[in-house]
Design a protein around this ligand. Structure first.
Ligand code: SF4
Ligand code: SF4
Length: 309
């Protein structure tokens, strides 16, 4: 019996999340609530539901076929509401939708099943030097599943990477590090007070874990650490924040580089489908020259920095 995990989806042939071509396994469940999150469907561990309103014909077959009376149309807000306490995740509402408008995000699968999916891309890994990247949600919130999956991949010569928010008990990270070739470590803001305001949690544990991961024994850690910071206009794009990030990263001995990731709006349609408010509607992605200027601030600390993604 292999460990089971809560999976969001698998995306193939990513050229960004590690060396070569990657198969990215997105897990469900995240301890942070970032205001700019581009994957709101990844935040809860449980299944999420949504409706593509441009396809929906208003037939209400989905509501009628729900055996638990968990799904209703709310006249006041003019949206479908799923009672997560009653919902048994039977997916009859999805199957009943004649327009293919109702959708579900999230499923449970074990390591054997996910490894079989990952293994299908072996030829791409062979030719590109790529491998698997486990992302989220938060992969280290499911440490047993992530560890077992990465261990299996390594045993078959598949390169491994994880993307973490760092907001997990250290023991979760320590269990997975020995099976991780590349650790992508997100820092959203260096100032703790602002970090709490924009993500809902303190960054103290995150920074402690970053330092502990950097200091881990060579035998407990396979290759490289890359720090990532999303650049969100008017949220964390101050010169002071980049200077502070430079100060934090300067002392890291395993650091292979820093990646600055410009804010993008690709998640907006998912917010619409999930009928969630998106409070950064008017925000524009930062221009390339601004991204380069931020990178320049970090380079003054002698760090290797790339932008994009
Ligand atoms: S998954 Fe099943 S229980 Fe949940 S809303 Fe759909 S039909 Fe109802
Ligand atoms: S079954 Fe599909 S098309 Fe009909 S109301 Fe539900 S989501 Fe809309």
């Amino acid at each position: 019996m292999t460990a089971t995990g809560r999976i969001l989806r698998i995306e193939r042939l990513s050229g960004f999340d590690g060396d070569g071509l990657r198969t990215v396994v997105f897990l469900k469940g995240c301890p942070l609530a970032c205001r700019w999150c581009s994957t709101p469907e990844s935040q809860r561990s449980g299944t999420d539901f949504g409706v593509n309103r441009s396809k929906c014909t208003g037939c209400f077959d989905c509501v009628e076929k729900c055996p638990e009376k968990a799904l209703a149309w709310d006249m006041k807000s003019e949206r479908f509401v799923t009672d997560t306490q009653r919902c048994t995740d039977c997916r009859r509402c999805v199957a009943a939708c004649p327009a293919g408008a109702r959708q579900a995000w999230g499923y449970t699968a074990d390591v054997d099943e996910i490894y079989r999916e990952v293994e299908k891309d072996s030829l791409f890994y062979y030719h590109s030097g790529g491998g698997i990247t486990v992302s989220g949600g938060e992969p280290l919130a499911q440490p047993e599943f992530t560890r077992e999956l990465l261990e299996r991949c390594l045993a078959h010569g598949i390169n491994t990477a994880i993307e973490t928010s760092g907001f997990v008990p250290w023991i979760n990270m320590a269990r997975v590090l020995p099976f991780t070739d590349t650790l992508f470590f997100d820092i959203k803001h260096v100032d703790d007070k602002t970090h709490k305001e924009i993500t809902g949690v303190s960054n103290k544990r995150i920074i402690e874990n970053l330092k502990a991961a950097d200091a881990a024994n060579a035998a407990d850690y396979r290759r490289s650490l890359i720090v990532r910071m999303p650049v969100i206009p008017d949220v964390n794009d101050t010169d002071d924040n980049f200077r502070a990030l430079g100060g934090l990263c300067r002392g890291l001995k395993r650091l292979a580089g820093i990646q600055l990731l410009p804010y993008h709006r690709l998640g907006m349609e998912t917010y619409r489908r999930m009928a969630l408010p998106y409070d950064l509607e008017s925000l524009k992605p930062p221009p390339e020259e601004e991204m380069e200027r931020y990178a320049g601030i970090l380079r003054q600390s002698g760090l290797s920095v790339s932008t994009g993604g």
